[in-house]
Write a protein that binds this ligand. Structure first.
Ligand SMILES: C[S@@+](CC[C@H](N)C(=O)[O-])C[C@H]1O[C@@H](n2cnc3c(N)ncnc32)[C@H](O)[C@@H]1O
Ligand SMILES: O=[N+]([O-])c1ccc2c(c1)CN[C@@H](CO)C2
Length: 281
């Protein structure tokens, strides 16, 4: 994403903080990140208390309980992962994936272009979500095809810009739904920047559209690769609710997962995960 336009709204200390976060991400390693967070124990589909099945259940319920619909779903800060749109791809005609780093956009293109070159085998994820949908697990190939059919593009994003996406990447009416997972708190220098970023992505969403937000609670850092320690804004539930309200959303539901001891594997100091379903006013 090109040079940042001077924004009259934020001072030099915020500009410096945002630039420092961008510098941290230069060392981000998609394969390592996937290994740290998307393999057992954090992604163990046999364990009721594993984090990833909990996230997939939250997303499945949110996308299928009847109030979420429309044409376009946008995932903000996709990273190298696809799990966040495995339920949404059945509900929306078009899905737009976005990330700040070319290495992540490249990782996603690798999977989508059917070259099977992705760093992680998403089959167990596809099978798990098929089961949540009451389909036989072998329907995962149909879900993979559906995903490849509805994902229209993978584009650059910067949540610190008042316009996080290039204007021609988004229809003028805006997106009907946004999903964003572990992005805002992991890319912001402080709580004020986190809340501002929430407002920026809200501008991509039509009024009445839904935001499905997953994030870390009580996390102050995580490793984005070997030796790549990235600072995180430590959030609690009250701050998440206050930031959503301050940024023009009405909260529908907040769910919280608390990490069991053996989900703490040394790649971060996260203590919980939140799932928020909200509506843009
Ligand atoms: C912790 S990862 C989350 C990845 C994925 N959504 C998930 O659920 O695991 C944070 C992502 O935010 C991206 N990112 C970094 N700076 C950003 C910015 N200024 N705006 C948007 N995304 C950014 C990184 O490239 C990375 O993919
Ligand atoms: O357990 N998980 O499913 C999981 C997935 C991704 C991430 C975390 C935990 C915690 N750290 C964040 C970065 O701030 C990234």
């Amino acid at each position: 994403v090109g040079g940042r336009p001077e924004s009259p709204l934020v001072g030099p200390e915020t500009e410096n903080g945002v630039a420092a976060m961008a510098a941290c991400y230069q060392g981000f390693d998609p394969a390592a990140y996937l290994q740290y967070n998307y393999t057992p124990p954090r992604a163990d589909f046999e364990r009721k208390d594993s984090i990833v099945p909990w996230k997939l259940a939250c997303l499945h319920r949110a996308f299928t309980e009847g109030d979420v619909n429309g044409d376009l779903l946008v995932d903000i800060g996709s990273g190298p992962t696809l799990y966040q749109v495995l339920s949404g791809c059945e509900v929306f005609k078009k899905v737009l994936l976005t990330d700040f780093l070319e290495v992540n956009r490249q990782e996603l293109r690798g999977w989508l272009q059917d070259k099977g070159v992705s760093s992680l085998d998403w089959t167990p994820y596809l099978q798990h979500v098929c089961k949540l949908e009451g389909r036989r697990p072998s329907a995962w190939t149909e879900k993979a095809a559906k995903l490849r059919q509805v994902i229209t593009d993978i584009v650059p994003v910067d949540v610190h810009r008042p316009q996080p996406l290039a204007l021609d990447d988004l229809p003028s009416a805006g997106a009907d739904c946004l999903v964003s997972c572990f992005c805002l708190e992991s890319v912001s220098p402080d709580l004020a920047a986190f809340t501002r970023a929430l407002g920026h992505i809200g501008r991509l969403l039509r009024p009445g559209g839904h935001l499905l937000l997953i994030g870390a609670l009580g996390e102050s850092y995580y490793f984005g690769g070997p030796g790549v320690k990235i600072p995180v804004v430590p959030l609690n539930e009250a701050q998440v609710c206050a930031s959503l309200k301050e940024s023009g959303y009405t909260l529908i539901r907040l769910e919280v997962y608390t990490l069991p001891q053996d989900m703490r594997v040394g790649v971060d100091d996260v203590s919980g995960v939140f799932f928020a379903k909200a509506i843009k006013e």
